[in-house]
Design a protein around this ligand. Structure first.
Ligand SMILES: Nc1ncnc2c1ncn2[C@@H]1O[C@H](COP(=O)(O)OP(=O)(O)OP(=O)(O)O)[C@@H](O)[C@H]1O
Length: 333
């Protein structure tokens, strides 16, 4: 190697290292997607950026029509971004060949499953497409598919199809798995099976990207949440990061009997008392403005003065659902 080449060697090594850096299994940078319409162009995605890492669950959340499915399709390479950069295992998924496909599992929704064949036949067929497939007997055991393995897919219930769709996504032992609404329509037992499997996949370093409308599921499963609204990333971070920012959840207390007008009128003026509208039981009250022990003292002094003994009271922890409502409040106004 020339002296110039020798000087370049450390840099070449660094560039090579960067190209092989798969700590982000998936990255989208400023991705736009627009489609022609009669009056011009409709912008479905308006600059989506996020990353998904190995051994983590990344959950895409958002209201109907936000752009989640379009984002997933582009991330998988089924659809093409109008602009921006997509990297799946280091390559552009839209242009990539079979080498990438064999490392990526996609959970097919109902429409994508061949209705006439049996679940077992489908899994056997998929098994032959991969060099190092999973053991499908073990997969069928794990997802509780054995009982209906020989039934045509069209005869299966929604929950059975969901589990078969998940098995189909895992036959090739993928490094990255895309799951569209994996827990939709599942009974509690099937849901638990799917959740445990997702945890096992995480533990062996699989990168899981899922969409869900069930915020409770996202809260339980996701390491990283990407909240999409109107084609943009409205918020992103861990569940803890998202639930510890923004509005503080209200302090609530529950009483056995209705508060009188006099009690309400004498409430400490720097605190705001209102009924908790999310609870059908109207005897739950929210108190906004409790920031310090002195505020708490003002509240309990008012209770003492008016002989109000709460059945329970406390500061609520914020859920992903609260964050979702906060961020999408103007959509529902
Ligand atoms: N090919 C297309 N042509 C025109 N509009 C489209 C096209 N594909 C998607 N859209 C529109 O883009 C928006 C986002 O669609 P997308 O399916 O990505 O949303 P989503 O977040 O997955 O919604 P949902 O939660 O209802 O499944 C919707 O308004 C949809 O009607």
């Amino acid at each position: 190697m020339s002296a110039y080449g020798a000087k370049l060697r450390p840099y070449l090594f660094l560039i090579l290292l960067k190209c092989c850096d798969f700590s982000f299994m998936l990255s989208l940078t400023n991705v736009h997607r627009d489609v022609p319409t009669r009056n011009g162009r409709f912008h479905i995605l308006k600059g989506i950026s996020f990353e998904a890492q190995a051994g983590e669950v990344t959950a895409l959340l958002g209201p109907n029509g936000a752009g989640k499915t379009t984002t997933l399709s582009i991330a998988q390479g089924i659809d093409k971004a109008s602009s921006g950069t997509v990297r799946l295992l280091g390559v552009d998924p839209y242009r990539a060949g079979a080498g990438l496909r064999s490392q990526v599992g996609v959970m097919l929704q109902d429409g994508g499953l061949p209705m006439a064949v049996t679940g077992e036949r489908l899994l056997q067929h998929l098994q032959r497409l991969y060099q190092h497939p999973a053991d499908i007997e073990a997969l069928m055991d794990r997802l509780d598919i054995q009982d209906f393995r020989d039934r045509p897919i069209r005869r299966l219930s929604g929950g059975q199809r969901q589990r078969l769709g998940m098995a189909a996504a895992l036959v090739g032992r993928p490094r990255v798995v895309f799951l569209d609404e994996p827990s939709a329509g599942l009974d509690p037992v099937s849901r638990q099976i799917v959740f445990e499997l997702i945890e096992e996949l995480k533990a062996v370093g699989v990168c899981i990207i899922l969409t869900t409308h069930l915020l409770e599921d996202a809260q339980r499963l996701a390491d990283h949440v990407v909240l999409i609204r109107d084609g943009r990333v409205e918020a992103a971070g861990s569940v803890e990061e998202l639930t510890s920012t923004g509005l503080r959840p209200p302090f609530t207390f529950r009483v056995r009997e209705e508060l009188t007008t006099e009690q309400q009128q004498d409430f400490p003026s720097h605190l705001k008392l209102s009924r908790d509208e999310l609870v059908s039981d109207s005897l739950v009250w929210c108190v906004a403005g409790i920031e310090t022990p002195a505020d708490l003292h003002a509240l309990t002094a008012w209770m003492l003065k008016h002989n109000v003994m709460p059945m329970d009271m406390g500061l609520n922890s914020k859920s992903l659902e609260d964050v979702f409502w906060e961020l999408t409040a103007h959509d529902h106004a």
